[in-house]
Write a protein that binds this ligand. Structure first.
Ligand code: MRU
Length: 344
């Protein structure tokens, strides 16, 4: 398959000298690409969620390291490496939950350490490779996940784990794209409050591929499952612990509990770079708290000091609520039994 023609939606575009980031805050009303040539800009774009989704954050950070080396490398000045280290630190501090960020920064650091002479070409190539390999991994996961869905007819997803959240094609949406080609008839997307990744991004992204997704309020999920129509929940992940616990967008845990109650199967789709083999369980995962302003109605912001909101943006789904974890290296059925170390 010619992936370039296959990808209608792209979150990131590398020009060779700069990184173009699709501003996801403006979607679906406006398609705005902003161009970045320094790390401060890339870190800000990640923090402000112009680019979001675990793999896309990692890829943007990898390009950020390339931009840093391009800016600071100098044959004559010895301190360029400490400037790059400072930039890597900035990227590390941009968002805490998605482990792909740290994975990509570690990888880029290792590539940098191996360079002899001018590192610019080598480091640029490494970022391009991370990006390309993510797309291939998504396609592989699409096939594996669609095999598991088989001839089931109805799936639901949460947040946006699509082309917008990855190098392209998507993790959960990659499975849904492939399954749709094979005959899945109905796709539901939860709206994903408070940032509305489902309503603003997923239904729009699928529409670009001619897939009509039906939007449901997050609070309608239980009732939808009660109807008996739903076969699978298919979601992405921000970090997976060695025991198979999964951090993903807030609301995933609720869906998993509801799925258990209604005998709906729960599929998590993520590349191996989303697995944090250094932690045993989800208890060790930092959950990002974002500003209450993302949640509060605008009229309260700055006006009502006694009105506050709690805004954790991820939750942990324990492995025992998950039917299968799909990666590009294969699927782990019933991850609660043995965790995911077999994928290491
Ligand atoms: O806060 P976001 O929009 O970055 O959260 C994204 C998610 O939770 C996705 O499900 C996850 O990163 C997987 S994306 C392939």
């Amino acid at each position: 398959m010619n992936m370039k023609n296959e990808l209608k939606v792209r979150a990131l575009e590398w020009t060779g000298n700069s990184l173009k980031i699709l501003d996801q805050r403006a979607l679906p009303e406006k398609i705005i690409f902003e161009e970045y040539s320094d790390v401060m800009g890339v870190a800000r774009a990640i923090r402000s969620m112009r680019v979001r989704g675990a793999p896309a954050i990692g890829i943007a950070a990898a390009y950020g390291v390339a931009l840093s080396v391009m800016r600071h490398y100098s044959e004559s000045e010895a301190d360029w490496e400490s400037k790059v280290a400072g930039d890597i630190q900035q990227l590390e501090n941009s968002r805490p939950t998605a482990v792909n960020l740290y994975w990509a920064l570690d990888y880029m650091q290792r590539v940098l350490d191996k360079q002899t002479g001018n590192p610019i070409q080598g480091i640029k190539q490494a970022a391009i490779q991370i990006h390309a390999e993510d797309i291939i991994a998504n396609q592989t996961m699409g096939e594996i996940g669609a095999d598991l869905i088989g001839d089931a007819q109805t799936v639901m997803t949460h947040c946006n784990a699509g082309a917008l959240a990855t190098g392209g094609y998507g993790t959960a949406l990659g499975v849904i794209r492939t399954a749709h080609k094979r005959g899945v008839a109905k796709v539901y997307a939860g709206e994903t409050r408070p940032w509305l990744q489902g309503a603003r991004l997923t239904v729009w992204e699928l529409a670009q591929d001619g897939i009509a997704a039906t939007l449901v309020a997050d609070s309608a999920a239980a009732w939808l499952m009660k109807s008996g129509e739903l076969d699978w929940i298919v979601v992405g992940a921000d970090r997976i612990a060695a025991n198979g616990d999964v951090a993903n967008k807030i609301g995933t845990y609720s869906l998993a509990i509801l799925a258990k109650q209604h005998s709906v199967k729960m599929m998590v789709v993520a590349p191996v770079s989303t697995i944090d083999f250094t932690i045993e369980s989800g208890e060790d995962i930092e959950i990002e708290q974002r500003s209450q302003d993302e949640l509060l109605p605008e009229c309260y912001i700055n006006n009502e000091s006694l009105i506050t909101a709690w805004n954790p943006v991820f939750d942990i789904t324990p492995a025992n609520l998950i039917t299968v974890i799909v990666t590009e290296k294969g699927a782990v059925l019933e991850p609660a039994e043995n965790g995911v170390r077999s994928l290491q």
